[in-house]
Design a protein around this ligand. Structure first.
Ligand code: ASP
Length: 322
């Protein structure tokens, strides 16, 4: 009887705690440096979701190893809804890139919903003599073996794009890894590296401001964002079939109570309809996902499909780490 009473009281206390969630700030872990593309999406999303979630949101940047350190940190965090992860396509490409990955994308997380899709751009340092795609191709040929391509490490979007770019051009470049394309952008603008393939959430303002040279977009269709609209696609520029579109999703550690994940998902759905958020994303070339994709089932199915899609492509390119 005593035991039963204790269990009932404990259960009541647990559900009261859930009913009150959130009672303290929620940390969104960004697995890349501050000031980069994923960080920008996270900070915009934090702004839009804090109202519907009735919580203070803190952003924690855990960069390194192409996003895998931050993802592993959240996989091992307490499943209480106070630590969540905003991650991108790296969630689906890392399993093929790392021989021993320190988290399991399909087993270690509760899926909270997709957030957005982001095209990428091929950009160059301001002093690069090439002013358009044709000139860039010639410059690359003339400088074979001497070009430096920045990326955010194995597992990053910039790594995937750069890998396919070199493969399609049948040219090898020296890659320079950073903890995120935020710091890589600083070095590109300073001329320390030559080229980068990076998400429009990080490149649109720099292209519009003439701080970097822009050559092409990685999507099959041209973009409509004013600063990017004149850029050709890589596909139309001769790299037939080139198509890299980055996406972001939100995750909680496995075992986070459903009452909590439901609350986060409901708030995410509201945030994705926030006109300010939608506009800020559009201005950066990104597209916010529809309601139908902002849920656990669609999100998990999509990640699983992406793992199956990119695995063979990456294995064929023969790049992986221990
Ligand atoms: N998303 C990374 C960042 O925020 C860049 C990348 O994946 O290439 O820095």
């Amino acid at each position: 009887m005593k035991k039963f009473l204790f269990a009932t009281v404990a259960l009541a206390a647990a559900s009261a705690a859930l009913a009150e969630y959130p009672e303290k700030p929620i940390t969104i872990v960004v697995p890349f440096s501050a000031g980069g593309p994923t960080d920008k999406v996270a900070r915009d999303l934090a702004e839009a979701i804090r109202g519907p979630l009735k919580a203070t949101i803190v952003i924690e940047n855990v960069g390194g190893a192409g996003g895998t350190l931050g993802a592993a940190k959240v996989a091992k965090a307490a499943p209480d809804g106070y630590t969540v992860l905003l991650h991108h396509i790296g969630m689906a490409t890392s399993p093929a890139l790392y021989r021993s990955l320190n988290f399991k994308p399909l087993e270690d997380f509760e899926y909270l919903g997709l957030v957005n899709e982001v095209p990428m751009t091929i950009i160059g340092k301001p002093g690069l003599p090439a002013n358009n795609w044709a000139e860039l191709q010639k410059w690359l040929k003339d400088n074979q073996g001497k070009t430096f391509l920045a990326n955010a490490g194995l597992g990053a979007a910039s790594h995937l794009c750069g890998l396919l770019f070199q493969q399609s051009l049948k040219m090898e470049m020296t890659t320079v890894p950073y903890k995120g394309t935020g710091p890589a952008m600083t070095d590109l603008m300073g001329g320390q590296v030559d080229l980068m393939c990076d998400q429009t959430t990080n490149t649109t303002a720099q292209i519009a401001g003439g701080k970097v040279k822009a050559y092409a977009v990685t999507t099959p269709k041209r973009l409509t964002t004013p600063a990017l609209a004149k850029l050709p696609t890589l596909d139309e520029s001769g790299l037939k079939g080139f198509n890299v579109t980055i996406w972001h999703g939100l995750y909680a550690p496995k075992g986070t109570p459903k009452a909590v994940t439901d609350k986060i998902n409901a708030a995410l759905k509201v945030a994705l309809k926030d006109p300010g958020f939608v506009k800020r994303q559009e201005d950066l070339g990104a597209v916010v996902v529809s309601d139908a994709r902002a849920n656990a089932a669609e999100h998990k199915k999509f990640v699983s499909d992406e793992i199956n899609k990119w695995g063979p492509v990456i294995k064929a390119a023969g790049q992986y780490a221990d």
